[in-house]
Write a protein that binds this ligand. Structure first.
Ligand SMILES: *Cc1c(COP(=O)(O)O)cnc(C)c1O
Length: 372
């Protein structure tokens, strides 16, 4: 299997919703020799990453780079802005919205949620009404692309609802959208992602854009924090450094990966994801499958399909892997064993996913024939 350009992406059959396959130049960057991150070479690297990130996303405030996975970023967003007992309102309807709430509760926050059926987008009017009926809500917890169902929640509308209903901070899990889908970064108070999703980098670096307002909230927020303390990262980044030992190979990969993204251009990157999602959806439907999320709120980075009757996920997964070198995601939470998920993010393209779609069609037919 090959991508549109030579060496793109590696390995081409890795179609899980993170980690995404890597660009050959990103793979090469990771093999660079390490250096002393307290020495003279660090500032240049950090400056180039900061400049490329700000240029690609069109923002003036650089993000914080935290050594951790996406889940670490969720925890960081909460502990840097809130105090024990604070009221928050989240979404539901998927594993990642539920995880946001679970982490909030683990930290002693008073977390309510908007009831949303799995596979459906959150309704901004109902969200606004729920927020108005919970006075003194300090933060809203929004998941943009719900990776467990393939639903893209209407983020700009949900943010507008939150702003109309009061002064709650807007914390956004954009782990499987930022970099592939337009995200109104500067309308969020904290919006975060992780290196191994749409940015097409190795795991596990968390990337968080933090507003002035969130920083102000941080000055009075009393949840305990040390490793995740945004202030330490901000101050170190301002000196072109990091507070703790960084994941240097990911930083090398990031410098190169952001360069490639800039060359391609943000709008083209977004279009490539939209076109890839459309190919995946058409290909799965052509294989006779029913998709979990309707087209009008489908995520451009992950597509979930119902498993046909009589096809067990472990059998499909094993056949795809051994016969075709293709890896897909299984169902998570209450959808485990009922759906499977195709990740199409990072250095993905219609050409990358075409062989996997053929493999899915072949494998479903072979398994169905075996069962007859
Ligand atoms: C992948 C993902 C996470 C969790 O990221 P990890 O890196 O696995 O900790 C959180 N939220 C969303 C929306 C995701 O897609």
């Amino acid at each position: 299997m090959s991508g549109e350009r030579p060496g793109l992406p590696i390995p081409p059959g890795l179609l899980v919703p993170g980690p995404a396959p890597l660009h050959a130049e990103v793979v090469r960057a990771m093999a660079r020799p390490l250096f002393n991150y307290r020495g003279p070479r660090m500032k240049g690297l950090m400056d180039r990453i900061r400049d490329r990130t700000c240029r690609f996303f069109g923002v003036s405030r650089p993000p914080l780079l935290l050594a951790g996975s996406g889940t670490g970023a969720i925890e960081a967003a909460l502990v840097n802005t809130l105090s024990p007992g604070d009221r928050v309102l989240g979404l539901s309807g998927g594993v990642f919205a539920d995880r946001f709430l679970a982490i909030a509760r683990a930290h002693g926050l008073d977390a309510g949620s908007l009831r949303t059926p799995w596979g459906q987008p959150a309704d901004p009017d109902r969200f606004e009404a729920a927020l108005r009926s919970r006075p003194d809500t300090r933060a809203v917890l929004l998941t943009h692309s719900e990776t467990s169902t393939g639903v893209l929640h209407p983020l700009p509308e949900l943010i507008a609802s939150a702003r109309r209903a009061g002064s709650a901070l807007v914390l956004v899990d954009a782990v499987s959208s930022l970099g592939a889908v337009p995200v109104p970064i500067e309308d969020c108070d904290v919006v975060f992602t992780a290196s191994h999703k749409a940015w097409g980098l190795p795991p596990a670096m968390a990337i968080a854009f933090v507003s002035d307002r969130a920083e102000e909230a941080g000055r009075v927020a009393r949840l305990p924090r040390f490793y995740w303390d945004f202030t330490r990262y901000r101050e170190a980044h301002e000196r072109g450094s990091v507070p703790f030992t960084p994941e240097l190979p990911i930083l090398f990969a990031m410098e190169v990966g952001l360069g490639l993204l800039l060359e391609e251009g943000r709008e083209r990157v977004f279009r490539r994801h939209a076109e890839t999602a459309a190919s995946v959806r058409a290909g799965l439907r052509a294989a006779g499958l029913t998709l979990v999320a309707a087209d009008r709120f489908a995520s451009p980075t992950v597509t979930a399909a119902w498993l046909p009757d009589g096809i067990a996920w472990p059998d499909l997964s094993r056949r795809l892997d051994t016969e075709h070198g293709v890896s897909l995601g299984g169902g998570l939470g209450r959808l485990a064993g009922k759906i499977f998920r195709v990740g199409h993010l990072g250095w993905t393209s219609p050409a990358q996913v075409a062989p996997a779609l053929n493999a899915i069609r072949e494998s479903l037919a072979a398994l169905a024939a075996r069962d007859d």
